[in-house]
Design a protein around this ligand. Sequence first.
Ligand code: ACO
Length: 476
Amino acid sequence: MPKSGTTAPPRKNPTKSAGTSSATKNSSKPSAPAAPATPAAAPSGSALEIKDTRTNKTYTVPITDDAIRAPDLKKIKTDDPDDLGLVSYDPAFLNTASCRSAITFIDGDKGILRYRGYPIEQLAEGATFLEVAWLLRHGELPTQQEYDQFVHDVTYHTYVHENFRKFLEGFRYDAHPMAMLNSSIAGLASFYPTSRNIFDETERNISIIRLLAKTPTIAAFSYRHVKGLPFVYPDNRLSYVENFLSMIARMSESKYEANPIFTRALEILFILHADHEQNASTNAVRSVGSSHVDPFSAVSAGVAALFGPLHGGANEQVLRMITEIGNVRNVPKFIESVKSGQGGRLMGFGHRVYKSYDPRAKIVKKLADEVFKVVGVDKDLEIALELERIALSEEYFTSRKLYPNVDFYTGLIYRSMAFPMDFFTVLFAIARMAGWLAQWEEMLLDKEQKIARPRQIYIGPTERQFRSKLSRAGIA
Ligand code: ACO
């Protein structure tokens, strides 16, 4: 964990370790304003001494930013000529940093989340979602002029090609909106073939604008498709969030008037979900993007990863779980079933990084109170509160450091705003698009990054002779 305080940079100044494999040079990559800080000299004397008991040899591996570089372990090998050197084994990346990033900082033990140094609480309180999207990408808050231009650009790219109507109409009436969103975002690549020029800054810029602008439109069209309602085209007079709500809910009125409490609540939820450093979906975007595919294809991988119930799909699962519990009286029994392993996981609880509390969950809980003041208390809130109360007092959960995550209460808010359960993760995806794009661009412009290609530890058979088990007669 970083040793610095809350106002200091999260880790020591990023440095490049001396004597390690040097950064890959790729002359086709332009320098980037938002790329990670330039590596400086390594502090002398920071090193790890490793003794290999197989050979009794000792190795010195430089430590930089509280990390060793896994390629440095390659030099640790036996005399066996087939030995390719030591690898680090870390399924699910429990303790492996895959990049140096200047975008989002999390201190999971202290419950801290900051975008580009700004505490999430302050951004949720005072920023707009597009201001945050700009910040994530560019590293600084936009000036008024930059913001106005950005809002204009995003607003004027909200329309999708008319062929999208046909594309979406091809889906079944009961298609999951995340499945529709995933394939539609990937499909955008076919409409913008020049987006493959990812090292052209102008192309990158327009692709990023298009993705921020069109994702809410595609999401809303998917919603209307499932409902059997006519698509509502974007209304450029409205703000980003209002326009989205208009495309979701407008019927015959000429201008949609959103409930300001809902608009602000959704804006805050978008801000809270905008980025979360190297989570599963962002890792998917970076990994797919590292092949230098176009950004539409790269971020569609993020949508796919987000769909899973252990990630963004958890908000939907929380509501399904609460619905299944049915009554506050059944909560103790349900908790017992989770503890015994019979009832699955307590959805909306636990986090790979947050081990004291999820700061987003705190904000969401407060937000839920504000929304419920308008629409009335959600009937399942009582169950959620009781789940939280019991879980926070049970040794099973406290000893494993399982606390409510951002998804625990978001579902209740979304439902009170009349969004259907299977649409919850789509709302998450609209917001996370800002983070995926910032992370994708940072990865592309990071001269140290190459195609993501992990190693493996092979545990299958050694060489053996092919002897078919099929009847030869059955083979054409
Ligand atoms: N309910 C009950 N037990 C849990 C839960 C849970 N929600 N989460 C973890 N545990 C238990 C595990 O069974 C394990 O127990 P064990 O040590 O006895 O085997 C221990 O806690 C550690 O769990 P891991 O799976 O190793 O934790 P990991 O960091 O890999 O998983 C995750 C994190 C996926 C979020 C997990 O806590 C989980 O499945 N939570 C429920 C799903 C959820 O809410 N996901 C949303 C995450 S936030 C987001 O993506 C926006």
